[in-house]
Ligand binder design. Sequence first.
Ligand code: VGL
Ligand code: ZN
Length: 199
Amino acid sequence: MVNVQNCFLPGGSLAVKDGDEVIPVINRIAKGFENVVMTQDWHTPHHVSFASSHEGKKPFEMIKLAYGNQVLWPDHCVQGRQGAQIAKDIDIPQAELIIRKGFHNDVDSYSAFVEADKETHTGLAGYFKERGIDTVFITGLATDFCVAWTAIDARHARLKTYVVEDACRGIDIGGSVAKAWDDILAAGVTRIQSGDLAI
Ligand code: VGL
Ligand code: ZN
């Protein structure tokens, strides 16, 4: 479950349209899974991905950083703040791992596996490997950023990968949801609906 955090819900600082609608779907299907990993976007207060960290820049503009293009966002998911908390209505008590990401001040991390510099690994691939887990079902926010990058990197980690479409919502800037689906499917990920799961 990717980033179902207050900042990404309606009323949050980087609200994903209808982001709260994923919660009942995720709670329902999670009951059918023994092993659940949650991710939590977890930024420093003046993180490089925040427009406010760059003089004269506004949210949703793009800049070039050492590791490539970076979309600038409103301040969101600052470490320890209320907005960074996992949505209170998420009810998955059996979840065993919460992986935080985006905590290096100068590097963003949409993916739960590898940071945006493409070389700093979070350890999640090793966790799955050591636990003998070879298949993942991805849900959460946002389809076109953290879900997409996580799904594509899950394939790079040789996991059989499903994205549960109705358990995700997107930010959608300039057609980014459609493009994300093209990239997700091209990486060998399977798109399913929560109803396809026998839960
Ligand atoms: C996300 C933008 C910035 C996401 C996180 O969860 O998709 N998007 N940080
Ligand atoms: Zn972020």
